[in-house]
Structures are given as C-alpha cells and as structure tokens.
Design a protein around this ligand. Structure first.
Ligand code: PGA
Length: 256
C-alpha cells in the first residue's frame, strides 16, 4: 500500500516571513491529518525558517530544485548538499525549470543523481507540452523523459522516488487534465516503464502524483484512481483552506 503524498509547490511566492507565518498557520490545520504525507515546498531563502517552524511536526519540507554538481562555479545555483538539514524532498525537472531555465533531460538525470547522493528524496516532474499532446506524442514524450531521468539510477533508489506527471498545458492554467488523460500516462506509460526497467515490485512501490491545476473540486476524481498516489499542487497550495482540503480528500479517497 503506497502512502499518498500531497506536495504544495509555493514556487516564487511568499517572502521568508510570509512563508514562516503560513507554515505556522498550516501546522494546527493539517498536522494531525493522518494517512497522507504532507509536503510544503517554499522558495530556497524561506527553507531555514519554514524548516524550523515545522521541526518535529508531521509536515515535510521540500526544495524546488538542486544543481547536478555538489559545488563549484555556478553562480545563483543551489547544490543538493546545501539543502541537507533544510529539506527532506527536492523537486527535479519541474516544467518551469525546463521551460524558463532551459533544464534538459540530461540535467534532470544529473540533478536526480545529486539529490540521491545527498540523501534527499526526489520528486521527479515530467510532462508534455500542448503541441506534443496535439500531435499525439504525449505518451512517447513522457516515456522518453522518464527513461532519461532514470538513466543509471540504481534499483534500490526507485521505491523511494516520487514521480509527478504534470502536463505542461495544465499547469497554472486552470485547465486540468481529465482523469482519463492522467491515467493514460500514469497507469499506461510511467508505471509500466518503471516495471520494464526495474521490475514489477519497483513499479508497485514507486509513488506517482498528478499535477496541473489540482483544486479541491477536482482532487477526488484523481485520487479515486489506484495508480495516482497524490498530487503536486501549485496555486491551490498557497491558501490554507484549499491545501488542507486537498489533503483531506486524498486521505478520504485512499482510505487513510
Ligand atoms: P498548479 O501548479 O497547481 O498551479 O497548476 C502545479 C505545479 O506546477 O506543480
């Protein structure tokens, strides 16, 4: 039985002070909701404060990215070892980093290796853009991204991995993918690809989230699918009521 995981990606929102205040407000609202893993992913500069505010709680902290190299002349970048002690999870390959920062599949693979080497738990995000879906290439694109990300990753790392299927056209647009679209990729492509590469037990263990305009009014339908193990949430994670509701809905659907 896979524990559902709901991760709130705050992106470039909230100052450190606002992030800490939000974390402190979330604590009584969601800390005791059992049956799902709860993760908040603030901006880097808010990590120390948020991590401290949530110390000893049931809410995990994640970072939004990391660099493939452990250190070096990479002005503006954050290396995985720098996140140790501040974050437990790290998002890798988010479409906004692919789109705006030019992160390639090869770099996603390097970042994943770096995260694992530092002992962080990676959330590997992938998904097709609208043109690829319109051209009927979405299955192939997602499989290629996953294979590239996992290149050289040892089998023992797979059960600890979280994969997030986030069709780019659904992120921040309010236009969420249909449940059938999500299942086509998660149950039809991603889990079978993990099975092909690492065997069925690994595919049964790996958690796969859906992401892209997840809101309280569409959460339950995704969570009803056995293949979908939670959500990576942007906009709806920035408000306490909606984030708490997403967690409740996941727990309800997964029988927690
Ligand atoms: P959204 O973002 O929920 O605002 O669509 C999802 C994400 O980028 O993880």
């Amino acid at each position: 039985m896979r524990t559902p995981i709901i991760a709130g990606n705050w992106k470039m929102n909230k100052t450190p002070a606002e992030s800490v205040a939000f974390a402190e407000a979330l604590l009584p609202a969601i800390n005791d909701l059992a049956g799902a893993e709860k993760v908040v992913i603030p901006t880097y500069v808010a990590l120390p404060g948020v991590n401290q505010a949530l110390a000893g709680s049931q809410i995990r902290v994640g970072a939004q990215d990391c660099h493939p190299e452990p250190s070096g002349a990479y002005t503006s970048s954050i290396a995985a070892p720098m996140l140790v002690g501040l974050a437990e999870y790290v998002v890798i390959g988010h479409s906004e980093t692919r789109q705006y920062l030019g992160v390639t599949d090869e770099q996603v693979n390097g970042k994943l290796k770096a995260a694992l080497a530092a002992g962080l738990k990676p959330i590997v995000a992938l998904g097709e853009v609208l043109e690829q879906r319109r051209a009927g290439q979405h299955r192939e694109v997602c499989q290629t991204q996953l294979r590239a990300a996992l290149d050289g990753i040892p089998a023992e790392a797979i059960p600890g991995l979280v994969i997030a299927y986030e069709p780019v056209w659904a992120i921040g647009t309010g236009e969420n993918a249909s449940v059938a679209d999500a299942e086509e990729i998660i149950g039809g492509v991603l889990r079978p690809t993990v099975a092909e590469l690492y065997g069925q037990p690994a595919a049964d263990a790996v958690r796969i989230q859906y992401g892209g305009s997840v809101k309280p009014d569409n959460m339950a339908e995704y969570m009803a699918l056995p293949d979908i193990d939670g959500a990576l949430v942007g906009g709806a994670s920035l408000k306490m009521d909606s984030f708490a509701e997403l967690i409740r809905l996941a727990i309800q659907a997964k029988g927690g």
